[in-house]
Design a protein around this ligand. Structure first.
Ligand code: PBG
Length: 366
């Protein structure tokens, strides 16, 4: 017998309804008296709340807001110029004057912060990454000009040596070994020049041990105690960074891989240890990277530490969606908005995404 079920529209009809329900439920061996206790079909119909747009909006658990977005931007030398990045369609490298225009657009759309990544000339790269702590380097000049033109948007700068080294690694090398403690000194100098240029947030992405504490100490000793630190606490040795390495022109230089300092994608408890250490060392916010294949890590970290938790929706994740959409496999806007919302559901408070401007436009238009 089919499970037809009539709604109980009139109290006086109860006996009749019970009769009908009796029939309907005879197959399930449920008595009318206890059927409401079961919390099951057909009394419970999950689809009821999904019938209309207003009802779906009412019961929605998470929402993506422009306040959640951080927009990463690639900066190059020169004037009034921009370059395409082959593996990241529609993402550009901009000269500082053009970056300022982009940042103004982001500010108009209420994006709270941008993150800067330099693509410097190969001639300025060396084994020590010395350009990283040149107070007049590309990133420092970009920070100053953006701060000047857009004082109300947060500026995040990466601290790591890979855009500056001729071997593409985030730290100093001795043979094939990435040196930890020696690298810390350079990272501290890099953080200092960015602080002096007016950066709001320092974001060490290098995964050396002890760098959050070392940078915090140096900043505090120079009266920069109010500069925030976002720790890339759980950053994995991932193949999803490929397009980024094209964007900062470090990929072709990279010798070997980053597995001796970035985390093993197989590990999850280790991420909690990393995060806990960085919190002890003074991190103000925690970043998980990459994002999409690591939503479980975002969820665990948020549940365990209840810290401001950010997700990096990395270059490879952007490229997957963008290039799939270009080939007609999916709709870019829809897939991108879904992807960003899912970071919120997983527990992220904020998301760095190359799609931030696209998403902010959609949110503001809706
Ligand atoms: C460098 C850095 C990387 C990214 C951000 N900072 C690459 C890497 O660690 O090799 C990747 C971001 C992306 O893929 O979008 N320390």
């Amino acid at each position: 017998m089919p499970l037809t079920h009539k709604k109980n529209s009139d109290a006086q009809n109860i006996p009749q309804n019970i009769q009908q329900n009796d029939k309907a439920f005879s197959g399930l061996k449920q008595s009318p008296a206890n059927r409401f206790k079961n919390g099951a079909f057909p009394d419970v119909r999950m689809r009821r709340n999904r019938q209309t747009t207003w009802s779906r909006n009412l019961v929605r658990e998470n929402a993506l807001m422009t306040d959640d977005l951080i927009w990463p931007l690639f900066v190059i030398e020169g004037h009034d110029n921009e370059e395409s990045i082959k593996t990241m369609p529609d993402v550009k490298r901009y000269t500082i004057d053009r970056i300022v225009k982009q940042v103004k657009a982001a500010q108009t759309l209420h994006i709270p912060a941008i993150a800067l990544f330099p693509a410097i000339d190969q001639s300025k790269k060396n084994a020590m990454g010395t350009e990283a702590f040149n107070p007049d380097n590309l990133v420092c000049r970009a920070i100053k000009e953006i701060k000047n033109a857009c004082p109300d948007i947060g500026i995040i700068a990466d601290v790591a040596l890979d855009p500056y080294t001729n071997h593409g690694h985030d730290g100093l090398m001795d043979g094939n070994t990435i040196l930890n403690d020696e690298t810390l000194d350079v990272l501290c100098q890099q953080a200092m020049v960015q602080a002096q240029a007016g950066v709001d947030i320092i974001a060490p992405s290098d995964m050396m041990d002890g760098r959050i504490g070392a940078i915090r100490e140096v900043l505090d000793s120079q009266n920069f105690q109010d500069i925030q630190i976002i720790s890339y606490a759980a950053k994995y040795a991932s193949s999803f960074y490929g397009p980024f390495r094209d964007a900062v022109c470090s990929g072709s230089l990279l010798t070997g891989d980053k597995k001796t300092y970035q985390m093993d994608p197989a590990n999850s408890n280790e991420a909690l240890r990393e995060v806990s250490l960085d919190i002890q060392e003074g991190a103000d916010m925690i970043m998980i990277k990459p994002g999409l294949p690591y939503l479980d890590i975002i969820h665990r970290v948020k549940a365990e530490f209840k810290m401001p938790t950010l997700a990096y929706n990395v270059s490879g994740e952007y490229a997957m969606i963008k290039i799939a959409a270009e080939h007609g496999a999916l709709n870019y806007d829809q897939a991108m908005m879904e992807m960003l919302l899912c970071f919120k559901r997983a527990g992220a408070d904020g998301i760095l995404s190359y799609a931030a401007l696209d998403a902010a436009r959609k949110i503001c238009d809706s």
